[in-house]
Write a protein that binds this ligand. Structure first.
Ligand code: NAP
Length: 296
């Protein structure tokens, strides 16, 4: 149990909406487990109020916050400094207050890389990575993979123009990583040349109407298949990839590791990963059940 007193340090998440966020439960469980006198709250911040909300981090002496949709890009002008990866990704998901200065970080891409490394023992260096999707999460994962030495990052997206823009951006800004932009219809052949396949679209997510982008017969046992969707934990893609003998990685790991990196930025302490995982599993178990009961 967290006991709030006159020395409690405040963190939280700014988003709009924010009610869906699993971060308050995950971080408060971690603070409580380590007996750290910190508290994590959700803040519903309308886009019109973002600047004022960010200024309040200094005014109220908060330790820092997470930033979620739709503020990850628009928050940047209000910060004093941003990390190299946040600058390249052009998005911030974590802010730390240092005296009266605000420093922005992006732990999304690094969270995925840590999950890959810690859970499968795989590093991106020298790998050919194929990412499906070119939205916010795909961008963070693609750029971080290129920064970590992937030999190739290929991006396949429904709107091909967005894949082209992201591929060009990586080519122009990160040395030593070749890129390719593809349409979804080119996925079958692209998978044959990939070491790691990552779904960074909502396809497969609970209550999302589309369940499939990738046919089972396109998968093979030499692939590592990652789904960034974490609800359900075992997506159709992951189930089918396993059946084909591929190694698989759930999106839950990325969620935990991006949180653990933010936790370390604020507290200087290693996060209790197993407590964070248990908390999320419990929450997702509950949300899965309630979604099933609603028939979605
Ligand atoms: P986003 O910025 O809205 O991007 C969504 C991407 O998915 C776009 O590239 C979009 O293509 C594509 N897409 C959407 N519906 C599609 C469909 N029916 N067929 C083909 N492509 C489709 O979203 P995001 O923030 O990147 O998040 C993407 C997913 O990542 C989320 O839904 C969530 O499940 C997962 N996620 C995981 C974590 C984690 O920690 N594991 C964190 C955040 C998000 P267009 O460009 O053509 O629209």
């Amino acid at each position: 149990m967290i006991t709030i007193n006159s020395t409690t340090k405040l963190t939280g998440v700014f988003g709009y909406p924010v009610e869906h966020s699993l971060s308050p439960a995950m971080h408060n469980a971690a603070f409580s487990h380590l007996k750290l006198n910190y508290l994590y709250l959700p803040f519903l911040v309308h886009p019109d109020n973002l600047e004022e909300a960010v200024r309040s981090i200094v005014a109220l002496g908060m330790e820092g916050v997470n930033i979620t949709i739709p503020h990850k890009q628009t928050v940047i002008p209000y910060l004093d400094e941003i990390s190299q990866e946040a600058e390249l990704i052009e998005a911030v998901n974590t802010i730390k207050r240092v005296d009266d200065r605000l420093v922005g970080y992006n732990t999304d891409g690094k969270g995925f890389i840590s999950s890959l490394e810690e859970e499968l023992g795989v590093i991106p260096k020298g790998k050919s990575i194929l990412i499906v999707g070119a939205g916010g999460v795909a961008r963070a994962v693609a750029i971080q993979s290129a920064l970590e030495g992937a030999s190739k990052v290929a991006i396949a997206n429904r709107t091909e123009e967005k894949a082209k823009n992201l591929a060009r951006y990586i080519e122009d800004n990160i040395k030593g990583c070749s890129t390719e932009a593809l349409s979804i219809s080119e996925l079958k052949d692209a998978i044959l040349n990939a070491d790691i396949l990552i779904n960074a679209t909502p396809v497969g997510m609970i209550s999302y109407p589309v369940k499939r982008l990738i046919e089972t017969e396109w998968l093979n046992e030499d692939l590592i298949v990652c789904d960034l969707v974490y609800n359900p934990r075992q997506t159709q893609l992951l189930r089918e990839a396993k059946e084909k003998g591929a190694r698989t990685l759930e999106g839950l790991g990325m969620l935990i590791f991006q949180g653990s990196l933010a936790f370390k930025i604020w507290t200087g302490r290693e996060a209790p990963l197993s407590i964070m995982r248990q908390t999320l599993e419990k929450r997702l178990g509950i949300s899965q059940l309630s979604a099933d009961q609603r028939g979605v």
